[in-house]
Design a protein around this ligand. Sequence first.
Ligand SMILES: C[S@@+](CC[C@H](N)C(=O)[O-])C[C@H]1O[C@@H](n2cnc3c(N)ncnc32)[C@H](O)[C@@H]1O
Length: 343
Amino acid sequence: MATMASVRIHRLPPLPTIRDLIRLYKLRALKQFSQNFLMDERLTDKIVKAAGRIENGHVIEIGPGPGSITRSILRQYPKHLVVVEKDRRFMPTLEILKESTQNVIQMDIVRDDILNYRCEHAFPDCHATDWNDKNLPNVHLIGNLPFAISTRLLINWIRDMSLRQGAWTYGRSSLTLTFQLEVAQRIVAGMADDQRCRLSLMSQLWAKPELRFIIPGKAFVPKPDVDVGVITMVPLKTPQTDLPFELIEKIMRYIFSLRQKYVRRGIQNLFPPTIRDEMTVQLFKNAEVNPELRSFQLSNDECVRIAKAYHEIIQKYPKIDQYNYRSPFAERLLWDNWDLESV
Ligand SMILES: C[S@@+](CC[C@H](N)C(=O)[O-])C[C@H]1O[C@@H](n2cnc3c(N)ncnc32)[C@H](O)[C@@H]1O
């Protein structure tokens, strides 16, 4: 393959116009694929610019559709671009982009569901950068995400980040993603922000999310009902917790389950009725957290301390972890006489 310096892309085929899209793909954007296309090159360039320097790097694009962001990525000369798209109608256009850059950039087109795609297999030639290296690896996930699965994808990726697997086998790979503005605001919401929720904590304990800019809904075709926020996220060298992802996720769910009530009200549901009051008092005492704060008033550290105190309790009494206050009534009856002495 020729080097970047010696060969440049002369001309990418123009982005299909809305009229072409309708003609080529009989578009109908498909609702089941959450399709809202971004056709303004200045905006797609701005998204790619937010990812930082990608020249000579490795990029996975999620949901390229007709390839508007793909073009902006290719114009920055990554070494290797993998695009993952579920809708077969876009394959011909993506193939044209691949052909027009084939002497310069390695572009792989994967027709798959991103939820099943294994990022760790994307770049066999990419050497991992040490997690603690001050330089980040030149590895990026970029995408105008399908709204329907964006939160699920983010949670999956944070889980991978916490385990240093998937896209994070290469080191501290970065994310540049779009979300419905309301979701983007939740991701970055700090202490005392009334948008603060489980997603804020999950995002901030392992990474540094930033809301970079907002794209008005009218820039998309078809126009969604909401504006869109562009988020970048880089994993923290030292996460704010070393507890297992699943445990943190569980505790954040309980902390934020009754937002308008004191935090102890959500947390007490972690325990069977016979020991509920006693264990809840113990947990907040050990965590050194005021149980009469509302969940959005808690700092990241206070949330982690609550999770840690719970972790210590279940290490001593593992059975408690199996209690689920939402399980069917008959199942909950089994806990009716349960006490700590019976362990
Ligand atoms: C919001 S559109 C963005 C399209 C294009 N990148 C743009 O900005 O104009 C989301 C894209 O993701 C694709 N998509 C939806 N669900 C997907 C999935 N599970 N896996 C891979 N791609 C998916 C859709 O077909 C669509 O092309």
